[in-house]
Design a protein around this ligand. Structure first.
Ligand code: ADP
Length: 393
């Protein structure tokens, strides 16, 4: 019998999964991974085993278009391919744990209700995360489920770093900087600690540069400040999200341009960022290959925002010992890493272009005063580890 932990990451139109084998006293091993994307429009199922062999690669019928149906499809695939599988539990990525949840949580009907109450804080993500929990409970009510929060890693930040300059009662009502991508930061920090403990005990900024992007100042493994704030909209410019924006712009759009609230939401979350500035694509690869001036402008602004946030985050720690890149752009684009490091020369970073082009672990020169690193993120493994701990395995 193969004992395993299933990890689910449910978004508005996607359901990602990863299956890890659990053996006592050893780390978890990836067995399979995949996703159904385009839920609600044109669902597509792609899944591979740990050897990257295809388990599923197909369009799904339009009727298979809610998270519960998609979960059934994934469960069937796993049962068909791993006949002696015994699921020990399911770990979920939950975007918001509010001010209260500072650690992963074993779910009960009561705690699911508490997480529902946080949905207004993340209306585009939380309801989908919770839909996956309910779908699992419907199929297998006795299977233990664990919530792992993207906000939890940041709850150790001091109050100054969680404040906005709003009346204090807003803070008390929960309008504060939460920070996100916490599972990525926790995983990347754990790898840095394992491989370079001295560096990890210092002042580190991790740049999570994916479609969603943020940066985090981390001192001695603990989150100090994050570029993302109340929602996953603040900070760096992203694939389709604005990043840092004068709140007066929102008022102007509503009052003078008479946009509806839904139109503003669409603009800020889905029509801005790399896509909006370039008018071409939200995909960094496409922009880097394009010869259009607008593509270059979008990339320039992306790098500029990273540089400004880096200065701000270094200031929040009174210094910087190391910069770490992770996620799709951070892991794969040597040119973006090079441009960020070149702009951070004033912070003591000297990039080793050969190491950077070869996507090595350390990408700064041997005598660079501040070091630079590349660590692939693995949020799924972090969730599986937390789930195992919560289940007492
Ligand atoms: P998500 O936030 O959806 O998890 P990812 O971490 O997968 O995002 O990152 C997606 C981004 O990574 C896209 O903008 C994509 O263009 C970019 N990316 C992936 N590979 C490369 C590459 N070789 N060069 C530049 N950008 C890349």
């Amino acid at each position: 019998m193969t004992k395993a932990i299933l990890v689910l990451n449910a978004g508005s139109s996607s359901l990602k999964f990863a299956l890890f084998e659990h053996e006592a006293a050893s780390d978890l091993h990836l067995m399979a991974q995949g996703q159904i994307e385009g839920i609600g429009t044109k669902p597509y199922f792609l899944a591979k085993n740990h050897r990257k062999q295809i388990l599923a690669d197909k369009e799904l019928a339009i009727s298979d278009t809610n998270h519960a149906d998609c979960l059934q499809i994934i469960a069937t695939l796993l049962r068909d391919n791993y006949t002696d599988l015994k699921l020990l539990g399911v770990g979920h990525r939950i975007v918001h744990g509010g001010a209260h949840y500072t650690a992963p949580l074993r779910l009960t009907p009561g705690t699911i209700g508490a997480l529902e109450a946080l949905s207004p804080l993340a209306p585009l993500h939380q309801p989908h995360n919770l839909a996956a929990i309910r779908a699992v409970a419907d199929i297998q009510p006795d299977l233990p489920q664990v919530a792992c929060f993207d906000t939890a890693f940041h709850r150790c930040q001091n109050q100054i770093n969680q404040l906005f300059g709003l009346p204090y009662h807003c803070y008390e009502r929960g309008i504060r900087r939460y920070g996100f991508h916490g599972l990525s930061y926790e995983y990347v920090s754990s790898v840095l600690k394992q491989r370079e403990p001295e560096i990890a005990s210092g002042k580190v900024v991790i740049a999570h540069l994916g479609n969603g992007a943020s940066m985090c100042a981390i001192q001695n493994g603990k989150s100090v400040a994050s570029s993302m704030g109340f929602t996953a909209l603040d900070g760096l410019m992203m694939g389709t999200r604005t990043g840092n924006l004068d709140a007066g712009v929102v008022l102007y759009l509503l009052q003078q341009e008479k946009l509806s609230i839904l139109q503003v939401e669409e603009l800020l979350y889905r029509r801005s960022g790399l896509l909006g500035l370039s008018g071409i694509s939200s995909d960094m690869r496409v922009l880097l290959e394009s010869s259009e001036p607008q593509a270059a402008l979008a990339v320039d602004y992306f790098v500029h925002r990273i540089s400004r946030e880096l200065g701000s985050l270094a200031a929040s720690m009174n210094g910087l010992d190391a910069l770490v890149f992770t996620a799709g752009i951070g892991e794969n684009s040597s040119i973006i890493r090079q441009r960020v490091c070149e702009q951070a020369r004033w912070l003591g970073i000297e990039i080793d272009t050969h190491a950077n082009d070869a996507h090595e672990f350390c990408i700064s020169t041997i005598d660079s005063p501040t070091t630079a690193w590349l660590i692939p993120c693995n949020e799924e493994l972090m969730i599986a580890r937390h789930t195992r701990t919560q289940l007492g395995l």
